[in-house]
Design a protein around this ligand. Structure first.
Ligand code: PLP
Length: 232
C-alpha cells in the first residue's frame, strides 16, 4: 500500500471511532477537532494528511516546527511539547495555539514576546492530572495561583486545558483523569477574568481518544494512529 492509502485508511478508522464515541456520549462530531501530531513525520506524509482535510498540526520541538513551518503552506501549527522559555521567541509568530503552558515563568515570556510581536497568544494550561513524576504540566494544586495571576498577561488568552494521560493498558482507566480535567475546565470557565475564554479541552491521544471524547474532550492529538509507529 502507498503512504496515501495507509494514511487515509487510518484517518477513516479514527473518524469512525470519533463518531462512535460521539454517539455514545450524545455529542456532535463537528465539535471534535483532530490535531495531526507530526513530530518525526516528513513533509510528504504531512502533505498527504493536509490533502485529506486535516490542516492543524502539532509539534513538540521548536526546531522541528520551524523546519516544517517553512515548507508546508496554508496550515496551522500548534505547539504541544515542553517549551523552554528561550525558544518562545522562535515560535511565537508561527503557532496559533500553545497547548503546553506549565509555569508562570513561561506565561511571562510568552506574554513578553507576544507583546513585542503585537499579537495576542492563545494558550492552554497543561495539567499533570495523574501527578506523574515523569510528566510535565502543572499540578492541580498549583492551578489556583496561576488563574489568580492570569489577568496580568494582557497579550495572552487562556483558551483551555490540556493533559497527557498515563499510558495504560486499558484506556478506560483514564476516564477518571479526563473527568477531573473536565471539572477543572468548567470551574475555570466560571471565573470572570478578562483574558479567560475557555474553548478547548485538549485531551486524548491514539491510545485513549475515544474515552477522552466520552468525557468531554473537544481537541484530540493523534500521531501514531494516523502515521503509524514513530521510529524513535
Ligand atoms: C506525541 C504526542 C501526541 C500523539 O501521540 P500518539 O500516541 O502518537 O497519538 C499527543 N500529544 C503530545 C503532547 C505528544 O507529545
Amino acid at each position: 500500500m502507498t503512504q496515501k492509502h495507509i494514511i487515509s485508511k487510518n484517518l477513516e478508522i479514527i473518524k469512525n471511532n470519533i463518531e462512535k464515541a460521539c454517539i455514545k456520549a450524545n455529542r456532535k462530531i463537528e465539535d471534535i477537532e483532530i490535531i495531526g501530531v507530526t513530530k518525526t513525520t516528513d513533509a510528504e506524509r504531512i502533505n498527504i494528511l493536509k490533502e485529506l482535510g486535516i490542516t492543524t498540526f502539532g509539534e513538540n520541538k521548536a526546531q522541528e516546527l520551524l523546519e516544517k513551518y517553512n515548507i508546508i503552506d496554508n496550515v496551522s501549527w500548534h505547539f504541544i511539547g515542553n517549551l523552554q522559555t528561550n525558544k518562545v521567541k522562535y515560535i511565537i509568530d508561527k503557532v496559533s495555539l500553545i497547548h503546553s503552558v506549565n509555569s508562570l515563568k513561561l506565561l511571562e515570556e510568552i506574554n513578553k514576546r507576544a507583546f513585542n510581536n503585537n499579537i495576542n497568544m492563545p494558550v492552554l494550561l497543561e495539567i499533570n492530572i495523574a501527578n506523574e513524576p515523569s510528566k510535565c504540566g502543572l499540578l492541580e494544586k498549583d492551578l489556583p495561583y496561576i488563574i489568580e495571576n492570569i489577568e496580568k498577561f494582557k497579550n495572552i488568552t487562556l483558551n483551555g486545558l490540556m493533559c497527557v494521560a498515563p499510558f495504560v493498558e486499558n484506556p478506560e482507566q483514564n476516564a477518571q483523569y479526563f473527568r477531573k480535567m473536565r471539572k477543572l475546565f468548567v470551574d475555570i470557565q466560571q471565573k470572570n477574568k478578562d483574558n479567560i475564554y475557555m474553548k478547548y479541552l485538549s485531551m486524548g491521544m491514539t491510545n485513549d481518544y475515544q474515552i477522552a471524547i466520552e468525557e468531554g474532550s473537544n481537541m484530540i492529538r493523534i500521531g501514531t494512529g494516523i502515521f503509524g509507529k514513530r521510529n524513535y
